[in-house]
Design a protein around this ligand. Structure first.
Ligand SMILES: [Zn+2]
Length: 233
């Protein structure tokens, strides 16, 4: 069972509300520099079992509610034109994770730079990130906008809400587009900290005792602990 699934049943919202949220998040991502030009894409499940996804060639900073493509439950396009070239990534996540209701793909600068440099975010270094996102794995390289790009994420998204795509960007998931975007922001903030730590001489992972105490805090706060903390504390 995933963390989001344990958080309770999702609230089913109207399609117009979902469209408004996706547009708001798309613009926010562009405003924050988490995507550039026509990079990045956002999707969500709809109440009828289908999906809404940003269209191909869209600058997220200029997104409107008419820039979304609607798919039915069998992933056929109903309206809105051509979906993002990364549609397969989104649909792979939804196929694997019943609990996920929104997927965000971005090109965060620091997190992406770490994958180019071969620096992993899989180590347990920053307490609040360990508590919320747990380990952040990096996939094998998969050519963007190709089926292999979706294949490489499959083994990692099973039990992680934030995944780095080798030489490409990130995928974060959540109960809503806002939830998935907040995880993206946390991921990029953590990458920035790790980058600066490396410039200053390096960062050491939390030790077993520190992880155990962190798990205890998470339990006390009623948090659904990320995998490395489960069973601790
Ligand atoms: Zn991309």
């Amino acid at each position: 069972m995933s963390r989001d699934a344990k958080g309770g049943s999702a609230v089913i919202r109207s399609e117009s509300e979902l469209r408004e949220e996706i547009v708001s998040i798309a613009r926010r991502m562009h405003r924050q520099g988490l995507v550039a030009a026509t990079d990045g894409n956002v999707s969500c499940r709809t109440g009828d079992g289908g999906f809404l996804v940003t269209r191909s060639g869209l600058c997220l900073g200029e997104a409107t509610v008419d820039d979304l493509v609607r798919l039915n439950a069998t992933c056929q396009v109903l309206e809105g034109g051509k979906p993002t070239s990364e549609l397969a990534v989104h649909l792979t996540v939804y196929r694997i994770r019943d609990d996920v209701r929104s997927v965000v793909h971005a090109h965060p600068v620091y997190a992406n730079a770490l994958t180019f440099a071969g620096v992993s975010m899989d180590e347990l270094v920053i307490p609040e990130v360990v508590l919320t996102l747990g380990r952040i794995p990096t996939t094998e390289y998969g050519t963007p906008a190709c089926p292999e790009g979706a294949e490489v994420i499959a083994p990692h998204i099973v039990d992680h809400d934030a995944v780095l795509l080798q030489r490409h960007g990130s995928v974060t998931v959540g109960r809503t587009a806002t939830d998935a975007c907040l995880k993206l922001e946390k991921l990029e903030h953590a990458a920035h900290i790790l980058y600066l730590s490396r410039m200053l001489g390096g960062a050491t992972p939390l030790n077993a005792d520190e992880l155990s105490r962190l798990a205890a805090v998470g339990k006390r706060l009623g948090m659904d602990l990320s995998p490395p903390l489960r069973g601790l504390g």
